[in-house]
Design a protein around this ligand. Structure first.
Ligand code: BG6
Length: 476
């Protein structure tokens, strides 16, 4: 078996990393607008300013790659590659600048109408992430983000506004990007907890409220348009035991359950898994969970499961003490001597994608989509302007082969949207030089450059892949 006829090939971006125009047409500041540019090693911990000082610092999300003013040109390039789907996020703060307003900002709504109309011209299906690291800053500052139950209502109102406005233009939705980020103590981008130190109980309470917000959106969305497909989105970090010592295997099972399974279980199965209930009991974490909440979680289960996949890692019993740590997306374990790493230390593991697809599908048996995958790399522009990113082509080729094998294993995989299909700001480091795109954008880490777009070698290669529905992976 190979890729099904209607397989959704495409690419993915997020508003805060590409739109720019951070204060244009009534947009408010999101949590990401407070992140300064970082450095190669500043992953996820880069400077976050409560008060933005643009005279002193550069905030990369403020200009991004200026998709706000280039969307027509960018969408035309996506269409040229043959995209069937384009995953983008809506900036919450374009629609509700502070998050708690009564009425939405019409200019923000109009912008996305224009984007969806442009996509429709080329027959590209939008896949919309409702919240991708873009919580209104005001909700964090004045409500402690999702720790305050009122934020559930604000999110529901925001989601409902989108559903009503775009009910005939958008079918595929995702409620929160990488929701399992909320299980980590630096999960402020998703939960908005940045005013002080928060206890573990508070972090899990905020996450519980996020689950409720997601469930309410699913219920409301299906009422507005029963044709909607509303999914979850997790950062999946595939974990292998460092050795076959039973202690390492057990530790892997535990880490995997908490990071990879917990949130998916709540959103797909509609209830907390037993191992988290025990974790809460053992750690004296007492959450406020009502009977009504439990019913809502059951009712608000998602239609499909999506995830980001960049890498795998190893887990050992003595993980915290180990010196042979690997880098990683949100989570780095112990290094794996069988794998190569990217320039940022992420362990490249194409076979792991087949393994992961089977793991997830055997647990949930709902349609799956890989909505982020790709290689962050330094690209060099040659004198003639060409960019020969064979390393990226090789990365994609290996992952696409494994996806096809997973389909052959029987996994119901419906789409693939490589991350940063056009170069954009790195979420982890704030760099521009960590590039993922098929399309190059002339911009550097300090915000200099013309913003001109150009096609990399991988652009032509991916076009050929889509044209042949995944059959022609040969080098150019
Ligand atoms: C995911 C995020 O964690 O990884 C994206 O959903 C992010 O927003 C991507 O950009 C890659 O991470 P980074 O740090 O290389 O940008």
């Amino acid at each position: 078996m190979s890729f099904p006829k209607n397989f959704l090939w495409g690419g993915a971006t997020a508003a805060n990393q590409c739109e720019g125009a951070w204060d244009v047409d009534g947009k408010g500041d999101s949590i990401s607008d407070h992140n300064r540019a970082g450095s190669r090693t500043a992953n996820t911990h880069r400077a976050f300013d409560l008060v933005i000082d643009t005279d002193k610092y550069y905030y990369p999300s403020h200009t991004g790659i200026d998709f706000y003013h280039h969307y027509k040109e960018d969408i035309a390039l996506f269409a040229e590659m043959g995209f069937k789907v384009y995953r983008l996020s809506i900036a919450w703060t374009r629609i509700f600048p502070n998050g708690d307003e009564e009425t939405p900002n019409e200019a923000g709504l109009q912008f996305y109408d224009d984007v969806f109309d442009e996509l429709a011209k080329y027959g590209i299906e939008p896949l919309v992430t409702i919240s991708h690291f873009e919580l209104p800053f005001h909700l964090g500052k004045n409500y402690d983000g999702f720790l305050d139950k009122r934020s559930i209502g604000f999110y529901e109102k925001y989601a409902t506004t989108l559903f009503e406005r775009y009910k005939d233009k958008v079918k595929y939705w995702l409620t929160f990007n990488e929701i399992n980020f909320g299980t980590m103590d630096h999960g402020k981008r998703i939960n908005g907890l940045f005013n002080r130190e928060y206890s573990e109980t508070e972090q899990f309470q905020a996450l519980h409220n996020i689950f409720l917000a997601s469930a309410r959106a699913v219920v409301a969305g299906h009422k507005i348009n029963p044709e909607f497909k509303i999914g979850c989105m997790l950062a999946y970090i595939t974990m292998y035991p460092k050795t076959c010592r039973p202690e390492d295997v057990l530790k892997t099972q535990q880490a995997n359950a908490k990071f990879n399974y917990f949130c998916g279980d709540v959103q797909v199965k509609g209830k907390y898994p037993y191992f988290m209930k025990r974790y809460f009991e053992k750690n004296d974490i007492q959450l406020e969970v009502t009977q009504e909440d439990r019913e809502l979680l059951q009712e608000g289960v998602v239609d499909y499961y999506t995830f980001s996949y960049y890498m795998s890692t190893c887990i050992a019993e003595d993980l915290d003490k180990r010196e042979d740590k690997s880098g990683g997306n949100l989570f780095g374990g112990v290094s794996n001597e069988y794998l190569e790493t990217s320039d940022w230390g992420w362990q490249i593991d194409a076979v792991g994608l087949r393994y992961t697809l089977n793991q997830i599908y055997s647990r949930y048996e709902v349609p799956l989509m890989v909505v982020e995958n790709g290689l962050g790399a330094f690209d060099e522009v040659q004198e003639d302007g060409s960019i020969n990113d064979d390393y990226r082509i090789d990365y994609f080729k290996r992952h696409i082969i494994e996806m096809e094998k997973a389909i052959d294993d029987g996994v119901d995989l419906i789409g693939y949207t490589p991350w940063g299909c056009i170069d954009l700001i790195s979420a982890g480091t704030g760099e521009m030089s960590k590039r993922y795109g098929f399309i190059y954008v002339d911009r550097d880490d300090e915000g200099n450059g013309t913003l001109a777009r150009s096609k990399k070698k991988s652009f032509y290669w991916y076009k050929q892949v889509i044209e042949s529905n995944g059959k022609n992976l040969s080098d150019l």
